[in-house]
Write a protein that binds this ligand. Structure first.
Ligand SMILES: [Zn+2]
Length: 421
């Protein structure tokens, strides 16, 4: 196979940003970007994206859970498919890059293949998922999970805050009825690639345009309830106090310390409640949330035990009771070593220097493919590490370099495929 003409990063960046600007106009809130899953604006984004897919030589369909699927055939009938994509839905008052970047970049790559009249030894399936942000319904990643062959009909009964069920929303959206996971063609899929904004400050801090993802971190979430003894702020001497808030503060600092001292672990206490708290009362009850993540599940489990022990220690010393509930857990999803290597080589050929490998602290559609097919991810630098915010920004230059890297990765996969066959 002679390789198709590779588009320049500048060319790719310009074309992609123009389309991102267009998608940014599609919103359910004037002056803001709000495109919740299965909303009227999500539908309009699907319609526009469908037109782009057709222009790029793809056939399209919408699956039972609202994922727009565009297919660009391979050189021969029955050729395997490479999946590339991200999501079109957004949070409320979102930025213009989160999700849409990965969809638009994938279409742009196919458009260039089609323009140069080349077919690869595999087809390309562009996936525009529609349920990544999890703002409207309880469950999230339902579209990518279904494409990965995992579908739980219970999600259809989930209701949004207006009482509309997901089943009704899917019907109104124009989705065909049936089991979306029936579409799964894992045996014929080479892998899944996703390009996404970093949503963190690492690449910017190191002045790098892009990075290759090693894994999507696993997460444990829970809460801790500390019970001491309420008392009068004036009449209870310090030595006789069982202050639940002071104890919780010590616990929070201990958890922070554990995370600081452990490379590859992050821990966050994002909520703290002092029920019935008053300026002149020693707090008797406190609750705080806990979220800790790592790309190593072993490290995360060990951290959970250390956190538990630290909390128990502090509770004993301060004569309070502490109950830690770790109720939610999602394992880490490792990116495929082969795809990571190809992406890293493609990145280094594009940016002409060693590429940064980093893990993803946020969840992404790619993790739905864990244990199903190999997947790889790439990040583009985010200004101020900001996302889910109207000021979210990645430059046209960085986007161009990332898309060129993705294009190179696809070509490298095609070459490898040719060699193997
Ligand atoms: Zn996203």
């Amino acid at each position: 196979m002679s390789p198709p003409r590779a588009p320049s990063p500048a060319e790719l960046g310009r074309a992609i940003v123009a389309r991102l600007d267009e998608l940014a106009q599609i919103s359910d809130e004037p002056g803001k970007i709000t495109r919740l899953t299965l909303s009227p604006s999500h539908r309009r984004a699907v319609d526009r994206t469908t037109e782009w897919m057709h222009e790029a030589g793809m056939t399209t369909r919408l699956d039972a859970l609202g994922t727009l699927i565009g297919e660009y055939p391979g050189a021969s009938a029955g050729a395997p498919h490479l999946l590339i994509g991200s999501h079109l839905d957004s949070v409320r008052d979102a930025g213009r890059f989160d999700g849409t970047l990965g969809v638009v970049a994938a279409i742009e790559i196919v458009r260039h293949l089609q323009q140069s009249g080349k077919r690869l030894p595999f087809g390309i399936t562009v996936l525009a998922f529609g349920d990544e942000e999890g703002v409207r319904f309880l469950s999230t990643l339902t579209g990518s999970r279904a494409v990965a062959g995992q579908f739980d009909p219970k999600i259809l009964d989930e209701r949004d805050e207006d009482g509309i069920s997901r089943r009704e929303a899917l019907r109104d959206f124009g989705c065909p009825e049936g089991d979306a996971s029936a579409d799964w063609q894992g045996q014929n899929a080479l892998g899944f690639l996703e390009l996404h904004i970093e949503q963190g400050p690492v690449l910017e801090a190191e002045n790098r345009p892009l990075g290759v993802v090693t894994a999507i971190q696993g997460v444990t979430r829970g809460s801790c309830r500390v019970t001491g003894k309420a008392g009068h702020a004036g009449t209870t001497p310090m030595v006789l106090r069982q202050d639940a808030l002071a104890a919780a503060s010590a616990m929070i600092l201990a958890i922070e310390g554990i995370a600081r001292d452990t490379t590859g672990l992050v821990a966050t206490i994002g909520q703290l409640r002092v029920p019935g708290g008053a300026v002149n009362t020693i707090p008797g009850h406190v609750e705080f949330s806990l979220d800790f993540r790592s790309e190593s599940d072993t490290l995360r489990h060990e951290a959970g035990l250390r956190i538990q022990a630290a909390i128990a220690d502090i509770a004993r010393n301060r004569r309070v009771e502490a109950k830690l509930y770790l109720g939610y857990e999602a394992p880490a999803a490792q990116c495929d070593g082969g795809l990571r290597q190809l992406m890293a080589e493609a990145a280094e050929a594009t940016i002409d220097k060693p590429v940064r490998l980093l893990s993803s602290g946020a969840g992404h559609d790619a993790m739905s493919f864990r244990g199903r097919i190999p997947f790889g991810m790439m990040f583009v630098r985010s200004r101020d590490g900001l996302s889910h915010h109207p000021d979210e920004f990645s430059s046209e230059a960085d986007i161009g370099l990332a898309a060129a890297t993705l294009f190179r990765t696809v070509l490298a996969l095609a070459e490898r495929h040719d060699e193997l066959n």
